[in-house]
Write a protein that binds this ligand. Sequence first.
Ligand SMILES: Nc1ccn([C@@H]2O[C@H](COP(=O)(O)OP(=O)(O)OP(=O)(O)O)[C@@H](O)[C@H]2O)c(=O)n1
Ligand SMILES: C[C@](O)(CO)[C@H](O)COP(=O)(O)O
Length: 464
Amino acid sequence: MGPQVAPAETKRPDAEQHRALVIVAAGSGQRLGHGIPKALVELGGRPLLAHALDSLGPLRAPGLGIDLVVLVLPGLPPARERLAALGAEHARRAGIPVIVRDGGPSRPASVARGVDAVAEQARHHGWDERSLTVLVHDAARPLTPADVAERVARQVEAGSVAVVPAVPVTDTIKRVDPAGRLGHHSEQAEQVRDTLPRAELRAVQTPQGFTLEFLLRAFAHLGELKAEEAEALTDEAMVAEALGVDVAVVSGDARALKITTPADLLAAEALLAERGSEPSSPGTDPAGRPPAVVVPRVGIGHDVHAVASAGEPRELWLAGLHWPGEQGLTGHSDGDAVAHAACDALFSAAGVGDLGVHFGADTLGTDREDMEGASGVRLLEEAARIVREAGFEIGSISVQFVARRPKFGPRREEAQRVLSAAAGAPVALSATTSDGLGFTGRGEGVLATATAVLIPQSPAPAVS
Ligand SMILES: Nc1ccn([C@@H]2O[C@H](COP(=O)(O)OP(=O)(O)OP(=O)(O)O)[C@@H](O)[C@H]2O)c(=O)n1
Ligand SMILES: C[C@](O)(CO)[C@H](O)COP(=O)(O)O
């Protein structure tokens, strides 16, 4: 018997539809026992997370238009860096933003952090919470076919607020009483209480799909539970059940198996081998040929803005953030030297001029009136769009600024998030002082220097 599909619930708003994919990969993999985070364990020579990204990423899934990927990773180096690099590589190849968050102590806590990141991005882009489908996926299910995700997303978009993929159960399932040990068996023997009706049972997989609106409500409810009650919820659909929300079930796939034990890894190796002609190595294309050569382009950008004089109070905007209580910078728009330097580095790497060409007074007064007075964050979004239009994907941007104030460290993460979202690529930020020397040392201004790496979207032919 096939899975039951619950009726659609509410009519979705007519707003534009968006999809986000959250992959939770912060688990330690105790039951697999490799001594490294499970997402880094290799299957066919590549980490599980790389497979999960490939399987559900838009490169392999025509129609699965994902606007944003959030990876929830172990917080500790070097695992975090290695896994984040896989995310950055995916962003480069797939051309979609990949955001990284640190995981929590349990799966629900990790999912909550991923959902927070999606909510932040939704607010930033003005996406409607009711028409944003969030697919929550386990990195531990690396071979899930993309069509499972597509079925789940479509069911959410048809009006269900909570959707799970599932397969029928093939074993007979019994409920046992672990306390009721049978005296006449070995001491490990548990006692059967009853047998569950198999025809009604389903083994549930991921990705599970929800509207963002529902997930925010679900995690608000989880926050009211005791820690042990919250941790007992092994998937988000259980929260929907607890809240009395209908959960729709669509067909899963045997290949979406969860790698929990060494035997699961062996089964996954066999499935991967069976894929046969499909590429399992990043060193070959679908026909088994070596990839064409991609030569990255590097750019550099500087920007300087003076601190406004004491008689001219001004708000400070720097690195995409507002700094209450700090005297602002003079100059065009909000004077955000960090964002402006990042724009210049992008233009320089793409070889399409500089900030003056695209956003200088002459241009703004003529063919870019829409950008008049735009914030640094808005300029960076536009610069990213321009270089993409010129045929490049953004690998990464780094900016360092030199200034006596503001004290940057405590807000670095926040600033990186804002500018990474604007660029749709990782932006790394750092700050330093100049030992009291020069205009930055005297606190008269801010100097920012940026570098950017761009990847041409049409690679040069392979050298044989
Ligand atoms: N604190 C946690 C625990 C789990 N997960 C993720 O949730 C998924 C399902 O968890 P599971 O298979 O149980 O993974 P582990 O927790 O790593 O395994 P174990 O329980 O054996 O340690 C995995 O993708 C895992 O990375 C997570 O992001 N954060
Ligand atoms: C979400 C899940 O994969 C659905 O089957 C499962 O519940 C995760 O359980 P785990 O114990 O965290 O692996």
